[in-house]
Design a protein. Structure first.
Lengths: 58, 139
């Protein structure tokens, strides 16, 4: 899962960076703590919009 | 030549969060517990020895300015009470090297004082992390 950095305090990263948990090195706590503290925001996977087939008008 | 160390720009990260600009004091106590190995025939007390490895009993004490703003001290620290978290301290913000070693420890934060204020003074908090193996990196 990817996370967006939402503060300027995350070590080695700047606001707006997209990172994975592995990018934070030897983190011993759950990423939830960093999310709750406002340093990270989980990126939700966007589903592609459904397409509608329209018959061509005659 | 005698030298002195004046730490004005150390980096302090707690749980991967850089709190350098809120930090005023940091102390790492690197301790191996003292085990007595004195035996009959000895004329003085002895401790430890090549075949005796005692437990590390490390601790880290960090003093920070309190801030309740978003992503600042309180938001970062409050959730860490009662769990182990990684603390990394370097003498300067430069790259890790033999002359700028990095010290890493996973310590347990037993308590935190969310309110610690006096009239006319900036609010500060003192965090004491206990336990964990201290690792020193020089590259």
């Amino acid at each position: 899962m990817d996370y967006e950095v939402t503060s300027n305090r995350l070590n080695g990263h700047t606001r707006g960076d997209i990172i994975k948990q592995a990018d934070l090195g030897d983190l011993t706590t759950d990423l939830l703590f960093l999310v709750e503290a406002g340093h990270l925001s989980p990126l939700k996977v966007k589903k592609s919009a459904k397409t509608i087939d329209i018959d061509p008008q005659e | 030549m005698a030298t002195t160390v004046y730490l004005s720009n150390p980096t302090v990260t707690i749980n991967s969060v850089d709190l350098q600009d809120q930090c005023t004091s940091a102390t790492i106590n690197y301790v191996y517990e003292q085990l007595e190995t004195t035996a009959f025939g000895d004329t003085a007390r002895k401790f430890g020895g090549s075949a005796v490895t005692s437990l590390q009993n490390n601790s880290v004490e960090i003093e920070l300015y309190q801030s309740y703003a978003a992503s600042e001290t309180e938001a970062t620290i409050f959730g860490l009470v009662g769990i182990n978290t990684t603390i990394v301290i370097k003498p300067t913000s430069a790259a890790v090297s033999a002359t700028n070693p990095s010290y890493t420890i996973s310590g347990y934060l037993e308590s935190h004082t969310p309110i610690n204020a006096s009239l006319g003074e900036l609010s500060t908090i003192t965090l004491s992390f206990a336990g964990g193996v201290l690792t020193k990196a020089t590259s």
